[in-house]
Design a protein around this ligand. Structure first.
Ligand code: ADP
Ligand code: ASP
Ligand code: MG
Length: 408
């Protein structure tokens, strides 16, 4: 069988961050192939490249989003697939660099935040059957008008899992190689005491991604859950097991809180007075959703002079949100943008059956005199928006409070 042992393997920006790293990656793939694997490779742009491209565009117009933006920021992946394919060819491996249009990675037309609608897996399988390693550009798609689209920052993970779903008849595992060896109980860069999590449920991983943990793109976890793809997140640099993202029943640890997650760059928009009429809020949030802006926390309060609205978005969504507010607020209401905020959250399926987590969360922030600007809860998470300067302290104290610290 030519189609056994197919594995989709995604390598992030650091894994292809220099020519030396690309050559090392090619060596690693040669070993995998010698061991009988048939890799379908997905790569991101070289590290720093997407930021560089975005900064170029923003020098001209910081608020522009549209086909030209996506074409610009998708170009980094074109470079890395080409370089990796050259490195493989040099080692005698047949490799084909592939952009989204060649694989029919069809998306909607929401630029900078497109969602994959369909992928025809048969082209990939034909390459594998012919003994060719497909090297696919992550992060990009094409819409119905054949414009290049992009899937949102960190979207190469989603390309990889969507390809796995498209060929799930042949393979149900997607390996995501990155610059940390596992998913941790918190970002190990912020919390050195964070522990590795061997297995985590799709639901918890989705909450972590939604709340700002950029270790995996949220859509990739949604697609994995829908198609039953098991994600193995592991190190690009060490050859060992990392974290498995699997259905809830299989995730072993049922801790009260599984992880502390943060988004260091949160912005809060305040609007006063909210334009009158029942339809305003529904229109505002509908338009934001249609443009792909994830509004996480919303509060509304009454005062004698009118209603106040506050909501938080991640920094990346500030230009789009500003644009939408310009279009929808037709009264003279004051729109205030507060940057330098951070969002801190605790996540865990164990919270479903155990009350008291909120009380401990607020106690810890109060003990450290950390003011909370806005707060939200769901069945398996509690989040608060706080000043950026308090983030490290809040995150470390919560991590200790919920017994997540690594035992030395
Ligand atoms: P890649 O370029 O490989 O896609 P990313 O930078 O997107 O890598 O994601 C990996 C980073 O995610 C890590 O370097 C780490 O700082 C960050 N991260 C945030 N939260 C976590 C977490 N809970 N566990 C592991 N890494 C995390
Ligand atoms: N290169 C893109 C980004 O930096 C996609 C990715 O890395 O997953 O967001
Ligand atoms: Mg990433």
């Amino acid at each position: 069988m030519k189609t056994n042992n197919i594995v989709v393997k995604k390598f992030g920006g650091t894994s292809v961050g220099s020519i030396e790293r690309i050559e090392n990656l090619a060596n690693r793939l040669v070993k995998d192939i010698a061991a009988g694997q048939k890799p379908v490779v997905v790569v991101s742009a070289m590290s720093g490249e997407t930021n560089r491209l975005i900064a170029l565009g923003e020098q001209i117009d910081p608020d522009y989003r549209g086909p030209a933006y996506d074409m610009l920021i998708a170009s980094g992946e074109q470079v890395s697939v080409s370089l990796l394919a050259i490195a493989l060819q040099k080692r005698g491996v047949k490799a084909q660099p592939l952009l989204a249009y060649q694989l029919g990675i069809r998306t909607d037309s929401v630029h900078a935040k497109a969602r994959i609608k369909e992928i025809d897996g048969s082209t990939l399988i034909r390459f594998v059957e012919a003994g060719v390693v497909p090297v696919v550009a992550g992060f990009q798609g094409i819409d119905d008008e054949d414009n290049i689209t992009t899937l949102g920052r960190g979207g190469s993970d989603t390309t990889a899992v969507a390809l796995s779903a498209a060929i799930s008849k042949y393979s149900k595992v997607c390996e995501i190689f990155t610059d940390v060896p596992a998913v941790f109980t918190a970002d190990p860069r912020l919390i050195p005491k964070a522990r590795e999590i061997p297995k985590i449920s799709y639901d918890e991983m989705m909450e972590m991604a939604a709340l700002g943990s950029k270790v995996l793109h949220i859509r990739c976890v949604e697609i994995a859950a829908k198609y039953g793809i098991r994600i193995h997140l592991r190190s690009s640099f060490e050859d060992r097991e990392g974290t498995w993202i699997v259905p809830e029943g299989e995730a072993m640890e049922q801790e009260l809180v599984s992880a502390v997650t943060h988004d260091a760059n949160t912005a809060v928009f305040k609007l006063f007075p909210v334009p009158p009429g029942a339809g305003f809020l529904s229109e505002l949030f509908q338009v934001l959703a249609a443009r792909g802006v994830v509004v996480d926390i919303i509060t509304q309060s009454e005062s004698n002079e009118g209603q106040r609205l506050a909501f938080s978005v991640t920094k990346e969504d500030v230009p789009l949100t500003r644009q939408v507010l310009k279009e929808t607020v037709k009264t003279g209401a004051e729109v205030l943008l507060i940057e330098n905020m951070a969002k801190i959250s605790v996540v865990g399926v164990g919270m479903r059956n155990h009350p008291g987590v909120a009380a401990r969360f607020f106690k810890i922030l109060a003990q450290s005199d950390i003011p909370i600007h806005i707060v939200t809860t769901s069945e398996i998470k509690i989040s608060a928006v706080i000043d950026q300067k308090h983030l490290a302290q809040a995150a470390n104290s919560l991590h200790t409070e919920f017994n997540l610290d690594k035992v030395e």
